[in-house]
Design a binder for this molecule. Structure first.
Ligand code: GRF
Length: 226
């Protein structure tokens, strides 16, 4: 049975697209029961419509409190039948009410090598700091921002001539590969959380991909077709 997921977005939805593509290719055993956006102009909503996915806007500004907003989202997600929540560029802080409603079943992707550069604009923070390596991280969501146990990371080189955009696009290309893989492990029930550690049953060893400026190291590695 495919893992029923709700994907939460606020913007372009390119990660949503990568998840849709892997599902349609028969590589990722998941079903998107709902795409939820807190922004009415999120391009990801159009992506969802193009693929015939149920989508809904819940604007945070129309709620009195974060809890009220989260409660409305919880209801929609539950009504859709989703068992897991995928944050894909969703730019709101979730309350404990939301997090405790889907224990061990909320994933996030962050465009930096956590615990470095949490919060917004991870790519810009890394470029401004002039790091030599940056990357992206998929992690379980807990009550602290960009903090929960890490499932997979990809590291990419960063160069003196990089700006947030060039570094960000190198990172984004890897986001599109590691997020569907992490969701597949969740769908296969191969992830176990032990404190900060995520154990992945039969996880592949580290993988080196690409070349020169497009090289990356992904750990754990990706399985076939990811
Ligand atoms: C990505 O960089 C993701 O890591 C971050 O927000 C961005 C969303 O991009 N959380 P998109 O909407 O998936 O294109």
């Amino acid at each position: 049975m495919p893992l029923k997921t709700a994907v939460l977005i606020s913007g372009s939805g390119s990660n949503l697209q990568s998840i849709i593509d892997r599902i349609e290719q028969g590589v990722l055993n998941a079903q998107i029961t709902l795409v939820l956006s807190n922004k009415s102009n999120a391009f990801g909503l159009e992506r969802a419509s193009r693929h015939g996915l149920k989508n809904k806007i819940i604007e945070h500004a129309s709620f009195r409190s974060r809890e009220d907003f989260d409660q409305a989202m919880i209801k929609e997600i539950r009504d859709s039948g989703a068992e897991a929540v995928i944050l894909a560029g969703f730019m709101r802080i979730l309350t404990p009410l939301f997090i405790n409603s889907f224990p061990g079943r909320i994933l996030n992707i962050h465009p930096a090598l956590l615990p470095s550069f949490p919060g917004v604009h991870g790519q810009k923070q890394a470029a401004d700091y002039a790091v030599k390596i940056s990357g992206c991280s998929v992690h379980f969501v807990d009550e602290k921002m960009d903090h929960g146990p890490i499932i997979i990371q990809a590291a990419v080189p960063a160069f003196a001539q990089d700006d947030p955009k060039s570094l960000g696009s190198r990172i984004l290309a890897l986001e599109h590969r590691i997020y569907p893989q992490a969701i597949q492990w969740l769908a296969q029930d191969r992830l176990r959380i032990a404190g900060r550690r995520v154990e992945i049953q039969n996880s592949p060893g580290p993988l080196l991909v690409g070349k020169d400026k497009d090289s990356a190291i992904i750990c754990p590695g990706l399985e076939k077709n990811f």
